[in-house]
Design a binder for this molecule. Structure first.
Ligand SMILES: Cc1ncc(COP(=O)(O)O)c(C=O)c1O
Length: 298
């Protein structure tokens, strides 16, 4: 089987389901809320992981895959699972040399059980991993010089192009499509796939305000120019990555109860919280349809 056939054999649920939910916090402002259930695409390659990894597995054309992440990286876990499912060799370059001498945490243990080789590097090397000489040294040390390299978070040109289909699946079905952003790769592709009269809204979960420039760069590299209508609202990071508050936890638990949707806490909870506030502020036009992309599962 060739690359695309192997991926098809995993039977992804594509297009992912689109569900309308009744939520008074939107309905009283005349806004229809849809949930784009990318969390249901595949039991192990969930949400944007499928959309970003699938084109990379294709590009790897059977070569091993090397990628990068911290000790609790969802992206490392998804890559390891893809390796097991597709019979590909994977190597995970993990931030933190000191972890090499400790028992693996459950997340890294899962990666190892899926056959991923773990290669630990010190933090300053890790920070410099995008620099060609450092990258070459890492690959040499990991015995992976022939590998297809996927960056941390998975957002390379292939991944951004892979997320165009998310926009395409929503074309004509919503006025605004909202997604939580880490590296911004998902938003970069999504925005490019929407119709000209639709707009994409990103809710960054990291603090910093640097993401607009990065998404623009990702689009220029993937498409040669900025594409689609998109913007970010930087107010809902709750202090930064993996930071939360009792209010956000209560919000997520309440959303689960109201709609029976398992709410992933690092990204999806912040997205949904931000959207409720935007509706309250009257920033979503009455009569409009809003689609929230559910990019993960708890
Ligand atoms: C559940 C979930 N949602 C959203 C994102 C953000 O994706 P991106 O890094 O493409 O902005 C991630 C990041 O990997 C994620 O795990």
């Amino acid at each position: 089987m060739t690359g695309p056939d192997v991926l098809a054999s995993l039977r992804p649920r594509l297009p992912s389901p689109l569900q309308e939910v009744e939520d008074v916090r939107f309905a009283r402002h005349g806004v229809r809320l849809l949930l784009k259930r990318d969390d249901l695409i595949h039991p192990e390659l969930i949400g944007n992981k499928w959309r970003k990894l699938a084109p990379n597995l294709d590009a790897a054309a059977g070569r091993p895959i090397v990628t990068f992440g911290g000790a609790y990286s969802n992206h490392l876990r998804a890559t390891a699972a893809a390796g097991r499912l597709l019979g590909l060799r994977t190597t995970g370059v993990v931030r933190g040399q000191e972890l090499a001498d400790r028992p693996l945490n459950p997340s890294l243990a899962r990666c190892a059980a899926d056959g991923m080789r773990l290669h630990f590097v010190d933090r300053s090397t890790y920070r410099a991993k995008a620099e060609p000489r450092t990258l070459a040294a890492i690959l040499r040390a990991a015995h992976a010089e022939d590998a297809h390299v996927v960056p941390e978070g998975g957002s390379n040109v292939e991944a951004v192009r892979g997320c165009v289909s998310l926009g395409g699946e929503l074309s004509g079905l919503a006025d605004v499509v909202a997604v939580a952003c880490g590296t911004g790769g998902t938003l970069a592709g999504l925005a490019a796939g929407l119709a000209p009269d639709q707009r994409a809204l990103g809710i960054p979960v990291l603090k910093g305000g640097f993401l607009t420039a990065e998404i623009q760069t990702l689009q220029e590299r993937a498409f040669g120019r900025r594409r689609g209508v998109w913007s970010l609202d930087d107010r809902f990071h709750f202090g930064g990555y993996a930071r939360t508050t009792p209010e956000l936890d209560a919000f997520a638990a309440d959303f689960e109860q109201r709609h029976g949707l398992p709410v992933e806490r690092l990204y999806v909870a912040k997205l949904l919280y931000g959207l409720v506030i935007l509706a309250e502020e009257g920033r979503l036009a009455p009569g409009s349809t809003l689609a929230a992309v559910i990019t993960g599962r708890p």
